[in-house]
Design a protein around this ligand. Structure first.
Ligand SMILES: NC(=O)c1ccc[n+]([C@@H]2O[C@H](COP(=O)([O-])OP(=O)(O)OC[C@H]3O[C@@H](n4cnc5c(N)ncnc54)[C@H](O)[C@@H]3O)[C@@H](O)[C@H]2O)c1
Length: 334
């Protein structure tokens, strides 16, 4: 039976462990916090719960790893998992900084390195896959503009803990709207390709007691002439997630509440399809892909290179906001 070591037994780590066990794998966890190890062991039949990654890897017996710790730890922990020969699912974002991501890419590209799957999980969301298929099929003609809104108040994310104690509140742990909501940067690239340049405002404007950014506006320009506008915040209520792709012959729009993709070609008529998938489904899909990768039945569909592409936009956005100018992606090297 495939035995997966899940590093970080917080919200998403426990979800991965639970899903992997439901899919027939064995799971162990690593977390320095005893309460997190206990919570995981309480609800999930684990093989083991370790306090320390090196000790867990030293004990051996694993077939794969999942890195589900605070973002700033992704790279050192993924490097350790790869050095132990384990195919690894790294939760998004790949790293907290582009140089860190580049270090991981070098290890992942080394001859004989185990495969790395990256967890930009919205790529597995059926409604967004449908939207992408239709854009690719030409249902909006030539893409002119992408608009994306992600707004979700941080205090609502983890009701079981003070948001001030969550890694998202801390820059040194890789928190903040720009980095954590880079899901939507990844989706913009997944839909339209790599942009030429980025203009950004990355700010903290709310009353949240955090030291990270909480409000991000990005303008991306693509070689085709298309533009994307992305708004990412962690202070808005009610929560909102939407992606709109407007083209020469029509528009496709996804919103998650309700989970609908609407297509329109006239001035105000929409043809809507409802999906209503469960949020956990996309994590099950990623776990399924990890097990397929481990078994050699599949190669990762979301890769380290995809993670670097998103991080280059993150880095360009930071620079654009700090320097008050448009930043070409070509300027951004690790
Ligand atoms: N793909 C998605 O949709 C998705 C959703 C949520 C979170 N994430 C990502 O997953 C990661 C974790 O997020 P979360 O919400 O589960 O955070 P969390 O704070 O709930 O969990 C992180 C856990 O890591 C543990 N940890 C801290 N130091 C550690 C170490 N040295 N070794 C092992 N574990 C350690 C913490 O004690 C905590 O239990 C983040 O990078 C986040 O961006 C992705």
């Amino acid at each position: 039976m495939t035995h997966v070591l899940v590093v970080g037994a917080g919200s998403v780590g426990r979800r991965h462990a639970r899903n992997l066990v439901a899919l027939g794998a064995d799971a162990s966890v690593v977390d320095p916090r005893a309460d997190r190890r206990d919570e995981a062991a309480d609800g999930i039949p684990l093989r083991a719960a370790h306090a320390d990654l090196d000790a867990a890897l030293g004990a051996g017996g694993h077939d794969a790893a999942v890195i589900a710790s605070p973002t700033a730890l992704h790279v050192p922990q993924a490097l350790a998992a790869l050095a132990a020969g384990l195919p690894t699912l790294v939760e998004k974002p790949l790293a907290a900084t582009l140089p860190d991501g580049t270090r991981l890419a070098a290890a992942a590209d080394a001859p004989g390195a185990p495969p790395v799957l990256l967890g930009y999980t919205w790529r597995w969301w059926p409604a967004l896959r449908h939207l992408r298929d239709r854009v690719r099929a030409g249902d909006v003609g030539e893409v002119r503009h992408l608009r994306c809104v992600l707004s979700a108040h941080l205090a609502d994310w983890h009701p079981w803990e003070r948001y001030q104690d969550f890694f998202m509140a801390r820059t040194d742990l890789g928190g903040g709207a720009l980095l954590d909501e880079s899901h939507w940067i990844d989706l913009a690239i997944w839909l339209l390709g790599t942009p030429d340049d980025v203009t950004a405002d990355v700010a903290r404007i709310s009353d949240l007691e955090i030291d990270t950014d909480d409000n991000v506006d990005l303008l991306l320009r693509f070689p085709s002439g298309a533009r994307a506008w992305l708004h990412l915040d962690v202070h808005g209520r009610p929560h909102e997630r939407s992606v709109t792709v407007a083209g020469s012959t029509g528009t496709l729009r996804w919103s998650d509440a309700p989970d609908v993709v609407a297509h329109g070609t006239g001035a105000d008529a929409w043809d809507a399809r409802r999906f209503d998938d469960d949020r956990n489904d996309m994590f099950v899909a990623v776990a399924t892909e990890l097990l397929d990768v481990v078994a050699g039945r599949s190669v990762p569909s979301c890769t380290v290179d995809d993670g670097l592409a998103a991080l280059r936009v993150v880095e360009a956005a930071r620079r654009s906001s700090a320097e008050g100018r448009r930043v070409a992606l070509g300027e951004v090297v690790a």
